[in-house]
Each structure stands twice: as structure tokens, then as C-alpha cells.
Design a protein around this ligand. Structure first.
Ligand SMILES: [Zn+2]
Length: 87
């Protein structure tokens, strides 16, 4: 069993089993500086994913609107055709 725990990124000692709450320590992987960096990176990734998702949703909505517009045009032509048949 390891007595010292080191940051996975920079290797800085982040605690040992004697002076730190053991369960807090096993979930800890980075020193506070590296944690700040990885948190920032994670939030960058999250917001990029969010933007990508929104962009895809917008593209989908535009496509749906175009399809509906085509359908409206088609139906108008059919109505016109039927009117011509009745007259
Ligand atoms: Zn570190």
C-alpha cells in the first residue's frame, strides 16, 4: 500500500495515508493547481460539447423547416390543380 500519494500530472505530493482522511485521499488525483487546470479544461470541453449540440439541433430545425416549406409548396400546387379541375 502506497503511503504517499502524488499528483497524476506533476507528481507533487498531495497527501499520505497518515495525515489525510483516507477516503478523501483515494478519490484525489491531482494537486490543487493541476486540479484547477483540469477543471478548466473539462469545462471548456463541456461548453464545446454544448455548443456542438446546439449547432446540430439548429441544423436539424432548419432542415425540418425546409422540408415543411417544400411540403407546403407541394400542397399548394395540388390545391391549385384541384381548383382547376372543379372550375
Ligand atoms: Zn499537480
Amino acid at each position: 500500500m502506497l503511503e504517499l500519494k502524488r499528483c497524476k500530472i506533476c507528481g507533487k505530493e498531495i497527501g499520505n495515508v497518515y495525515d489525510t482522511d483516507y477516503f478523501a485521499l483515494i478519490s484525489k488525483q491531482y494537486c490543487s493547481e493541476c486540479k484547477k487546470l483540469t477543471d478548466r479544461q473539462n469545462s471548456r470541453i463541456r461548453s464545446k460539447r454544448y455548443r456542438d449540440k446546439k449547432r446540430r439541433e439548429l441544423e436539424q430545425a432548419k432542415k425540418t423547416a425546409e422540408n415543411l416549406q417544400d411540403e407546403v409548396t407541394e400542397l399548394r400546387m395540388q390545391i391549385q390543380m384541384l381548383r382547376n379541375m372543379v372550375n
